[in-house]
Design a protein around this ligand. Structure first.
Ligand SMILES: Nc1ncnc2c1ncn2[C@@H]1O[C@H](COP(=O)(O)OP(=O)(O)OP(=O)(O)O)[C@@H](O)[C@H]1O
Length: 260
């Protein structure tokens, strides 16, 4: 494997996807994307263009009809992927702490922490990083929707994923909670150097959080353009409401609505 390939955490090459019979229209066509380690890519596009299907193919929940998805490993160990969904997927009878720890025990066969002490320390650090320490002993139904999504992210990060997949993670939240989480999760991923792919309908969110935004079109779903976001990370609240962000947001919106 070349050093360029190893520097990439994810390489998607010419992925096509057709559900069912091959004479059905393709959902994805010739999708190619590369993510450098630590990079944050957002994917935007019209409803039904195949964004979730693409994440599911990366995760291995669907197989591509053709094309490849590679997760180059630097250590020889199998790469780890974590997925955060739109809605909270916490176990209601487990405390916040146990839910985060559960993320690790789920992948016990590939434990990255080595010992129980190291695992407990990793959970403590994640609770601290995500601002959840005061709520460690609460049950999911005793905390807000925003806090529940923090727990979901902490649980996904507990296995130290090589690539974190985020599928509309904030869309069920109110605007203020969403903005706060965008800032905090951005800072956490930057701090940990986590490579991430975010699927979102919210162009502003994509521009605020990502290093690059892939714009997809539908029928078939394909990557039309990739926009570099020329703003250092971690991103600040000032950038979230800046004219620069609004301008990039507008230009992506226009590309998604060429006839308006
Ligand atoms: N298991 C499946 N079987 C058949 N068709 C499917 C399956 N999963 C997805 N599709 C189809 O693939 C297309 C893309 O769906 P997908 O959910 O990936 O789009 P999306 O861009 O994420 O949409 P949205 O933005 O509305 O969430 C849709 O037409 C959908 O009906």
């Amino acid at each position: 494997m070349t050093s360029t390939a190893i520097e990439n955490a994810l390489v998607i090459n010419g992925v096509d996807k057709t559900f069912g019979a091959t004479d059905r229209p393709a959902v994805l066509q010739d999708v190619s994307l590369q993510l450098a380690r630590g990079e944050f890519l957002a994917v935007v596009g019209p409803s039904g263009c195949g964004k979730t299907t693409l994440l599911r193919i990366i995760q291995g929940l669907e197989t591509a009809t053709s094309g490849t998805v590679e997760l180059p490993s630097t250590t020889g160990a199998a790469p780890r992927l974590s997925y955060v969904f739109q809605r909270s997927s916490l176990l209601p009878w487990f405390s916040v702490r146990k839910n985060v720890a559960f993320g690790i025990s789920l992948k016990a066969g590939r434990d990255v922490h080595g010992s129980k002490v190291a695992r407990d320390r990793a959970v403590d650090e994640l609770l601290e990083l995500t601002g959840l320490s005061p709520y460690a002993d609460y049950l999911p139904n005793q905390i807000s929707g925003g806090m529940q999504q923090r727990v979901n992210v902490a649980r996904a990060l507990a296995v130290r994923p090589d690539v974190l997949l985020l599928d509309e993670p904030f869309s069920a939240l109110d605007a203020l909670t969403r903005e706060r989480l965008q800032v905090d999760i951005c800072a956490i991923l930057e701090n940990l150097g986590t490579t991430a792919v975010l699927v979102t309908h919210d162009i502003r969110e994509a521009v605020f959080m990502a290093d690059r935004v892939a714009i997809m079109s539908a029928h078939p779903g394909t990557v039309r353009q990739i926009v570099e976001i020329d703003e250092p990370r971690p991103r600040t609240v000032a950038f979230q409401h800046s004219p620069e962000l609004a301008e990039v947001e507008r230009s992506i919106w226009r590309r998604l609505h060429p006839t308006v």
